[in-house]
Design a protein around this ligand. Structure first.
Ligand SMILES: [Zn+2]
Length: 318
């Protein structure tokens, strides 16, 4: 954030999912420059308004890659971050999840994201810079009604003792409940459960940084990844120690970041989900498998105009 604060007159964003039933885009374009986590390269990012029903579209300006819509079925890799592309062998755009989380948290439905490299800048490893950019650009209501995805029956994916599941909402909007359990004593067991709204996202989740274990980062450097990784864009943990001189932003910053990641990954549904997410040791891979399984069977979900109470019969959209 470099000490910058959004203009004080910016009207605070309404709640996450019931902030009005209309779609929103940005009031004006906005640009920034940051470092790519994996390439270490300087990357320019530009966010521009987009028409109703466009969704979130990513475009690389440095190569001939056709624009790609951010959706669970354009995810081509989830090993180190959530990566979008048209196919596993084609050009790609990595590390989209923190920007996607900020767009979800700020209630932006339609935007064109342009970068001149293969990944979104990592900034400080959280979503704070993206929220700052979105707030500076401003938010404009559009003419089309927002659509929401209601989860209508439980869907679950597992990997060992890790799992992620979506169940029908018991209250309006998206509920998230994530637990983690790391051998590193500085992280240990943490759990965070909440109903997501824009205020909570901005104040309690958006500044939570990604984290990495010291032995992992040494391995990534050895194989040529995380070249841009540093104490400036991740919390680095070694056993019971946090190596960042300024320490943590929240005592449970680790699990808060996992919640942030899940919000970004779930926004790849193509709209805001109304349902309850529960994850244990979950991450990008399970989050993506969960959406693939959700949308594989039309009995699991339906699309309704925003504001429709859960359980209401509705039109089935493809
Ligand atoms: Zn993350």
């Amino acid at each position: 954030m470099n000490g910058m604060v959004p203009p004080a007159h910016f009207p605070f964003m309404p709640p996450f999912s019931h902030d009005g039933q209309m779609q929103h885009t940005l009031s004006q374009p906005i640009s920034s420059v940051g470092t790519g986590l994996h390439t270490g390269a300087r990357i320019s990012l530009r966010l521009s308004p987009a028409a109703e029903n466009t969704g979130i579209v990513f475009h690389r300006t440095d190569c001939a890659m056709p624009p790609v819509t951010a959706r669970y079925d354009t995810v081509v890799d989830t090993q180190l971050s959530t990566v979008l592309g048209h196919g596993p062998q084609d050009a790609r755009i990595a590390t989209v999840e923190h920007l996607m989380a900020a767009l979800a948290g700020c209630g932006i439905d339609n935007v064109l994201v342009e970068v001149d490299g293969p990944e979104i800048p990592v900034f400080d490893g959280s979503a704070a810079e993206f929220v700052f950019l979105l707030e500076c650009a401003g938010r404009r209501q559009q003419e089309a009604r927002r659509q929401q995805i209601h989860v209508t029956r439980p869907v679950r994916v597992e990997e060992g003792d890790a799992f992620a599941e979506l169940t029908p909402a018991t209250q309006p909007g998206l509920g998230i409940d994530i637990s983690i359990d790391f051998p590193a004593a500085a992280i240990g067991q943490q759990r965070y459960a909440t109903q997501v709204d824009s205020h909570l996202f901005r104040e309690h989740l958006s500044r939570a940084r990604t984290f990495v274990l010291q032995p992992e980062i040494e391995h990534l450097h050895a194989i040529g990844l995380a070249r841009g990784g540093s104490l400036d864009n991740a919390v680095v943990v070694n056993g019971e120690s946090v190596l960042n001189p300024a320490g943590l932003r929240h005592p449970d910053e680790f699990v808060r970041h996992k919640v942030l990641d899940a919000i970004g990954d779930l926004y790849l549904a193509g709209g805001l989900i109304e349902g309850h997410f529960r994850g244990h040791k979950s991450g990008h891979t399970l989050n993506n498998r969960l959406l693939l399984k959700l949308f594989a069977d039309k009995a699991n979900w339906h699309v309704v105009p925003a504001g429709t109470p859960a359980g209401q019969p509705c039109t089935q959209a493809a």
